[in-house]
Design a protein around this ligand. Structure first.
Ligand SMILES: *[C@@H]1O[C@H](CO)[C@@H](O)[C@H](O)[C@H]1NC(C)=O
Ligand SMILES: *[C@@H]1O[C@H](CO)[C@@H](O)[C@H](O)[C@H]1NC(C)=O
Ligand SMILES: *[C@@H]1O[C@H](CO)[C@@H](O)[C@H](O)[C@H]1NC(C)=O
Ligand SMILES: CC(=O)N[C@H]1CO[C@H](CO)[C@@H](O)[C@@H]1O
Length: 474
């Protein structure tokens, strides 16, 4: 993976990209980067199309209590997946004597069935196909474990994990294939496909707090005005003169949203609040932040907001195009400005997103969220043995499951920098520090309490899986 970060509004992509940019310490950021391959069917739902492609996966067996210990499947999402990160999941694996495996999501990274990513060729890119890939992988890997341990027909207890979109896949995997996993952890799982996702911006405002929110709103107003008067100069101020005006507004909105998403609110709010107090120019201050922090430190290429760039069918970093295809065809999560009191520009609206979908992928490509939610249940998902976790400051949290229930407990980690996937990744997550470390969360106890619950659920569900007579205990 190159040093380029991934498209930020795509949930989680950035994080893993950033891990890769760091040097590998001994036994450090990854459990393994040793890639393996399996053959997958291109279209799991066609009786006549028998084409296949190669899917990349990784395995880590050092902690495995062989031969009967559990297997933890860490689902990879909308990004190039080039190893198994060494975060809290590694701690869990050690505790449970589990093997850890992870498979790349079809189309991303090295697991693309096609070289040319035309809209036509993207038609097999969907969460439904990806879930089927995981089911097939699960069986394939179980057999390879059996071969390794010289067993036949044995079935280890499995547990699936995922963060963000992969968190939704984790919940959906347990929903659709309950016979293939004992349970699931769905961390910051965006299980609700939302068309007008106004809660995203609302949460940005809440996470910012009144002072910082007011500053951000003032900046939005000033930039909107300057964009009308002289769009070239204001975009140049942010080193983003290559972007169209509408893409530029989305870029600015995202640059602040991610600091809350990844648990680093002060990096943004401290300079803004200071500037306001000292009568300094707010737009200049924000521009400095965007350039130094978002573009430089977080390594966000401005092109990852450029819809003309997404049109390229052979992009050197294809994740943006791929994720936008999933957004435009299945899940939406359009991060539009609410009607009143928005932080982002009102120019980031439904029209913007729909036009982007049409411009990049062609007429007729738009997300039917009703169908997506009909298929999976949205926040009314009727699964079992799924743990949901959310971070209190994460703008994505309203696309996750709202209510806790006995069969699907949901926990909120509440602290000033609790963001996306904090249970597994710790905080802050940008720029990266020690992975999975909760000691830098403003309330480590908030995170550790949830982690203890996670351990209990895994423990119980694994034991029920191995000994069905215990199922009554639930
Ligand atoms: C594998 O199992 C077969 C059949 O029981 C046995 O003959 C063979 O020795 C075993 N091999 C290993 C490596 O344990
Ligand atoms: C989304 O917002 C647009 C613009 O405000 C509105 O026209 C549309 O009806 C909304 N769609 C849904 C599904 O809420
Ligand atoms: C995280 O904590 C360590 C020590 O506990 C400290 O040295 C470091 O500066 C902290 N990092 C952040 C980003 O707060
Ligand atoms: C949006 C959100 O935060 N959803 C839920 C996360 O989990 C807690 C605990 O169950 C709920 O209270 C939240 O509503």
């Amino acid at each position: 993976m190159g040093s380029r970060a991934r498209f930020i509004s795509v949930l989680f992509a950035f994080l893993l990209a950033h891990v890769a940019a760091e040097p590998l310490a001994a036994g450090g950021r990854y459990l393994t980067k040793d890639e393996r391959w399996m053959s997958q069917r291109l279209d799991h739902f066609s009786p006549t199309d028998h084409r296949r492609f190669k899917l990349r996966y990784f395995e880590f067996l050092d902690y495995h209590r062989s031969p009967g210990g559990p297997v933890f499947l860490r689902i990879c999402g909308e990004f190039e997946c080039d190893g198994i990160p060494n975060d809290y999941l590694a701690v869990l694996a050690k505790k449970f004597g589990a093997a850890v495996v992870t498979a790349e999501h079809r189309y991303y990274g090295k697991s693309s069935p096609f070289k040319r990513l035309t809209t036509h060729n993207l038609r097999f890119l969907s969460s439904k196909q990806a879930l089927f890939d995981l089911a097939v992988f699960r069986q394939y890997y179980q057999e390879s474990l059996n071969a390794r341990y010289n067993r036949t027909g044995a079935d280890n207890p499995w547990f699936v994990f995922g963060i963000s979109y992969a968190g939704a896949l984790s919940a959906w995997f347990r929903l659709k294939f309950p016979h293939l996993t004992c349970g699931s952890l769905a961390s910051s799982a965006v299980v609700l496909a939302v068309y007008n996702f106004t809660d995203f911006d609302k949460q940005v405002g809440e996470s910012a707090g009144p002072e910082c929110k007011a500053a951000l709103q003032e900046i939005t107003k000033l930039v909107d005005e300057r964009l009308r008067l002289d769009s070239r100069s204001v975009k140049a101020l942010f080193a983003a003169e290559t972007l169209r005006d509408d893409d530029f507004l989305f870029f600015l909105a995202d640059a602040s949203a991610v600091t809350f998403q990844y648990g680093d609110p002060d990096a943004l709010c401290s300079p803004l609040i200071n500037a306001k107090k000292n009568g300094k120019n707010l737009v200049d201050t924000y521009a400095q932040f965007v350039k130094d922090y978002y573009i430089e430190e977080m390594e966000t290429p401005v092109s990852s907001y450029d819809q003309e760039y997404f049109k390229s069918i052979t992009p050197d970093d294809s994740s943006s195009r791929l994720w936008w295809y999933q957004v435009c065809s299945e899940v939406a999560y359009f991060q539009v400005a609410p009607k009143t009191d928005s932080v982002r520009s009102a120019g980031v609206n439904t029209r913007y997103h729909l036009d982007l979908c049409r411009n990049v992928f062609g007429e007729g490509v738009y997300p039917d969220v009703l169908m997506t939610n009909l298929y999976y249940g949205g926040t009314k998902i009727a699964g079992s043995k799924i743990v949901f976790t959310n971070g209190s400051e994460d703008p994505w949290r309203y696309a996750s499951k709202q209510k806790s229930s006995k069969d699907m407990p949901s926990y909120l980690m509440k602290c000033k920098n609790c963001g996306h996937g904090t249970d597994l990744r710790g905080c802050p997550q940008s720029p990266f520090r020690t992975e999975g470390d909760a000691s830098n969360c403003t309330s480590p106890a908030a995170v550790n309490t949830v982690r203890e619950k996670i351990v209990k659920h895994i423990d119980l569900w694994l034991s029920q899986c191995q000994d069905p007579s215990k199922a009554g205990a639930w």
